[in-house]
Design a protein around this ligand. Structure first.
Ligand code: SAH
Ligand code: F3S
Length: 466
């Protein structure tokens, strides 16, 4: 049977899509190749969020076709995902050796198209059309190949985004918001629990808008447990997303729930309360900030102010002390002045993020920000990136050090990639912990005491608990 190798760029959604495509191909008899050099088919699952990510995938494809040609190997190669969606056929004009371009609503067609290409029935396939119900078309999981995925699984709950932040290409690559129904998602989570999964991360481009479009929330949240009428009534006042959290929380065997990415405007009181109310909901939140300047937030079309954002963080910390707060920030958005940037620095100091991903603004085609006057010179973007990174790292290191001597619960994912004698797990607040473990620890929830810290890692010892 043909073998396939999938390389993934970008976010966790892309990781999840690649996993689902791999599982779909394995179910159809394909094998997974260990490397691109030995594979009959190589697929690059691409990211379009920044130009750098696109260039990486294009260069990779150039190398692949160059090597295959010089070694006279017949290899089917394809792009899928976000860049495939946004560039479509244009990719074939640029790289004529590419055989397949598969858009974000067509992942479930991968096996069918590869079969046709391998059988020589067709020589090129480009499919980037929209497809109704594609958000629910991919449910396959590949739990055996990778230690981590057998303990912790990603479940896609929605596709697309209607927020239209002015810098962002995602609404173009992923389309309109479409949500899967709660029963459909719960069925997938139950199957995962039956296969030993203990942690579920609910995924979507803007999960807090779950169910707001094209899906009604008249769902009785528990099929099994009778619910007191009063609680039922209360639940009807909850957003669809919180109803979904409630429903996942009921699944036996699931010990931890996470989600990504939310939007700050989705942190209503019902979601804040959910942190205090649902013990399985882990105390960590990735809440994209983007900028600390109200003027820039408005130009970005983010829909909140600095004060509103800070208020949410305070409420969350009240509801769940010790909650890990992570964020995304863009530096050098068009028109960002030194004063605006200093507002971002000062908000970072006030919030004291556990960690932040910092991005230099990248002009994306067909987005409103790309057309704005006052694009910030590259040198200034670099300089602000470095200043912000220094501040974020300094605060993060302090927060890591505060764990020394503390006892934390971890979910053990498997052997560390760098050193097989070490095992790796995550705290509830989503920090990586390494410890001297063995196969018997795999998949366990266990307590460890933190002895020391490394760069973005905690080192724990299970043997010295009081
Ligand atoms: N809500 C989405 C956001 C996707 S993009 C999600 O996480 O699923 C992820 C991050 O990339 C954004 O939060 C933003 O900080 C950054 N980003 C998006 N567009 C960008 C651009 N044009 N330039 C630089 N960074 C960008
Ligand atoms: Fe992009 Fe903003 Fe949606 S960052 S994914 S348009 S919330």
């Amino acid at each position: 049977m043909p073998s396939v190798f999938i390389k993934t760029y970008g976010c966790q959604m892309n990781e999840r899509d690649s996993e689902a495509v791999a599982a779909q191909l394995v179910a159809k008899g394909y094998t997974l190749a260990r490397s691109e050099a030995t594979a009959d088919v190589v697929l690059l699952n691409t990211c379009s969020v920044r130009d750098f990510a696109e260039q990486k995938a294009i260069n990779k494809m150039r190398n692949l076709v160059g090597t295959a040609r010089s070694e006279k190997r017949d290899q089917i190669v394809g792009f899928m995902g976000c860049m495939a969606q946004s560039r479509g056929k244009e990719l074939l004009d640029q790289l004529p050796d590419v055989d397949l371009v598969l858009g974000t609503q067509k992942f479930h067609r991968a096996a069918e198209y590869l079969d046709e290409l391998l059988a020589g029935k067709r020589t090129k396939i480009v499919d980037t059309a929209a497809e109704a119900k594609s958000e629910a078309a991919i449910r396959e999981h590949l739990l055996n190949g990778n230690a981590k995925t057998s303990v912790s699984a990603f479940v896609s709950i929605m596709q697309g985004c209607n927020q239209h932040c002015t810098f962002c290409i995602v609404p173009a690559t992923r389309g309109e918001e479409r949500s899967r129904t709660i029963p459909d998602i719960i069925a997938e989570c139950r199957e995962l629990a039956a296969r030993g999964v203990k942690e579920i991360t609910l995924l979507g481009q803007i999960v807090t808008s779950y169910g707001k479009r094209g899906w009604s929330s008249n769902f009785s949240w528990s099929e099994k447990t009778p619910t007191p009428d009063k609680l039922k009534l209360e639940l009807q006042h909850k957003t669809a997303f919180v109803q979904l959290l409630d429903a996942v929380h009921e699944i036996e065997g699931i010990e931890r729930i996470r989600f990504t990415s939310p939007h700050p405007k989705g942190y209503g009181d019902d979601l804040v309360e959910a942190y205090a109310r649902l013990p399985k909901l882990c105390e960590s939140a990735h809440i994209p900030l983007q900028s600390g300047s109200d003027r820039i937030l408005k130009l970005m079309h983010r829909g909140y102010t600095r004060e509103k954002y800070f208020g949410i963080i305070q409420k969350l910390r009240q509801a769940k002390p010790g909650i890990g707060i992570y964020t995304d920030i863009i530096v050098g958005f068009p028109g960002e002045t030194e004063e605006d940037f200093e507002m971002t620095l000062s908000l970072c100091r006030e919030v004291a993020f556990d960690n932040a991903y910092i991005f230099k603004y990248s002009q994306r085609r067909d987005t409103p920000a790309a057309e704005m006057a006052d694009q910030v010179p590259q040198g200034i973007r670099e300089e602000r990136n470095e200043r912000l990174l220094n501040l974020v790292n300094e605060i993060a290191a302090r927060k890591y050090d505060a764990f020394i001597g503390k006892q934390v619960q971890i979910l053990v994912e498997g052997p560390s990639k760098k050193n097989a004698a070490r095992y790796t797990g995550r705290t509830r607040c989503n920090r990586i912990v390494l410890f001297d473990g063995s196969a018997r620890h795999q998949g366990q929830l266990m307590d460890v005491k933190i002895e020391r810290t490394g760069s973005f890692t905690l080192y724990g010892d299970p043997a010295i608990l009081e």
